[in-house]
Design a protein around this ligand. Structure first.
Ligand SMILES: [Mg+2]
Length: 344
């Protein structure tokens, strides 16, 4: 079934998409339905705000990304930024611009993904806007969250001798993207052929349905650890390490042998004839957390499941470097995964 958006109109569409939304958080005083939403946060909290704009053809490709997954991911990447400040996401607003190619049912799919993510992370949709677009789909999500005033973690707090930690594993989302891009080329024009992704499910999941590391933030809080600096890994470990070091006026040493990599990522890198460490250091979109802790927390973090110690913070004069398995030092470069860079 395909219902043209024009049959509902802008207000009708918003009404359809936001039907039945129940607000879960105390701080969400009033959501969709008036000129503005009303939020009410206790005075002992800091309020965190982050926003993200995704453009079709630049940030996502609908030939292999299902709309529901896209909605889920668009919401989750915003939650990830709030967790990366050691906070808790509470509300989002969702703005969409869509061309005539999209139907009401398409937008319901996209919203189903957004609403699923919100349910899973206990976040309220409190507003948004829709508009028409001449070319393709654009999604902008703004997320609002909270943190205790003394618990907010910035990028600029890393100190010499601090330990550098990373959650989960790296490079899988990037390999998932390579895989999808390869199948897209191979299968062009052959509508009936289904690619075989057996044994590569983890890579696809990491690319198509990433999760924000709420669990790690909760574990750190339970262990009474407040990182000295933190950010989420969206552009690649190299680039994020350099952000932390630049903003903290520090250097770092990270060890190749300690970079966490999944088996499927390694197999895929070999198949593509790519350097595995490069993929893990520069592949983007893993949405894992990179953080530093004082050396006094060594025992506590080394016992935490799902967290790897990958190196330490140094004096700024020493720069940022990767130590390879055979003991060579390579200066870190932020190759990153920033689509804007390719246009320069
Ligand atoms: Mg971030």
């Amino acid at each position: 079934m395909r219902t043209e958006i024009a049959t509902l109109g802008e207000f009708g569409l918003i009404k359809r998409l936001t039907e039945g939304i129940k607000l879960e958080n105390k701080s969400s005083k009033y959501g969709v339905g008036d000129d503005a939403a009303v939020l009410s946060y206790p005075s002992e909290k800091e309020i965190l705000v982050t926003t993200d704009l995704l453009m079709e053809g630049v940030h996502f490709d609908l030939t292999y990304v299902p709309l529901k997954h896209l909605g889920y991911k668009a919401a989750v990447v915003n939650f990830s930024d709030i967790y990366a400040m050691n906070g808790t996401p509470r509300q989002i607003t969702v703005s969409l611009a869509l061309s005539k190619r999209f139907s009401v049912e398409d937008m319901e799919e996209l919203y189903a993904g957004i609403r699923l993510a919100c349910q899973q992370y206990h976040v309220d949709v409190i507003g948004g806007d829709t508009s028409s677009s001449l070319t393709g789909l654009a999604i902008s999500i703004t997320c609002i969250g909270e943190a205790d005033k003394d618990k907010v973690v910035y990028r600029n707090g890393a100190k010499e001798t601090d330990l550098i930690c990373v959650s989960g594993d790296l490079g899988a989302a990037y390999m998932g993207l390579q895989l999808l891009e390869r199948e897209k080329v191979v299968l062009k024009g052959e509508k009936d052929v289904q690619p075989d992704f057996t044994g590569k499910e983890y890579l696809l999941e990491r690319q198509l349905k990433p999760e924000a590391r709420k669990d790690i933030i909760e574990k750190l809080a339970a262990a009474n650890i407040v990182p000295t600096s933190m950010m989420d890994i969206s552009d690649g470990l190299s680039s994020e390490l350099m952000h932390i070091c630049t903003q903290s006026n520090a250097g770092c040493r990270v060890y190749e042998e300690h970079i966490p990599i999944d088996y499927q990522t390694a197999v895929m890198a070999e198949e593509f004839n790519m350097n595995l460490t490069t993929c893990a250091m520069n592949g983007g979109e893993d949405y894992e957390l990179l953080f530093t802790v004082p050396i006094a927390d060594h025992e506590k973090v080394s016992q935490m499941e799902g967290i790897r110690l990958i190196g330490h913070i140094t004096k700024p004069e020493l720069g940022c470097a990767l130590i390879t398995r055979d003991g060579q030092e390579f200066e870190l470069k932020a190759q990153g995964w920033n689509p804007l860079k390719e246009e320069k």
